[in-house]
Design a protein around this ligand. Structure first.
Ligand code: CO
Length: 137
């Protein structure tokens, strides 16, 4: 079941500057920001809590990962919307039966959570991520 937006992700050139911008914008404490390095995705990601959801800031590691490619094509801006589900594999199967396409198999993303992305071609050019929060989260 999908029951909420887990996070909205923004691609940025400089993570530290973007953290400053959004911490100031939200008026929150910088100590609430959680940073993950995800070498498999070639990104550094900062999560800033906003109530039950989060803003994720994505900075590329190197110049050949998916976020680096996104930035060179589109510049900074909205990157994806992540929907929380208690079953990434089950939801993936459900939407594939509807004709949607996954971008790869479910894998482990930032913070060790199970994730998968859907091809934006079939979702109004919005990149959608399913994310399975850990039970203790
Ligand atoms: Co994400």
């Amino acid at each position: 079941m999908i029951d909420r937006i887990d996070h909205i992700a923004i691609a940025v050139q400089n993570l530290d500057n973007a953290i400053d911008t959004f911490v100031n914008l939200l008026g929150c404490d910088r100590s609430s920001v959680v940073i993950h390095e995800v070498p498999a995705e070639k990104v550094r990601a900062a999560f800033i809590p906003v109530g039950q959801t989060k803003i994720e800031l994505l900075e590329p590691l190197g110049d050949d990962g998916p976020v680096a490619k996104f930035l060179s094509k589109n510049g900074e801006g909205m990157h994806h919307i992540a929907l929380a589900t208690d079953g990434v594999v089950e939801e993936s199967k459900r939407v594939m039966e509807l004709g949607l396409t996954l971008l790869g198999e479910p894998s482990t993303g930032a913070g060790g959570k199970k994730i998968v992305f859907l091809h934006p071609r079939q979702t109004n050019r919005v990149l959608v991520e399913f994310v399975e929060p850990k039970p203790d989260h």
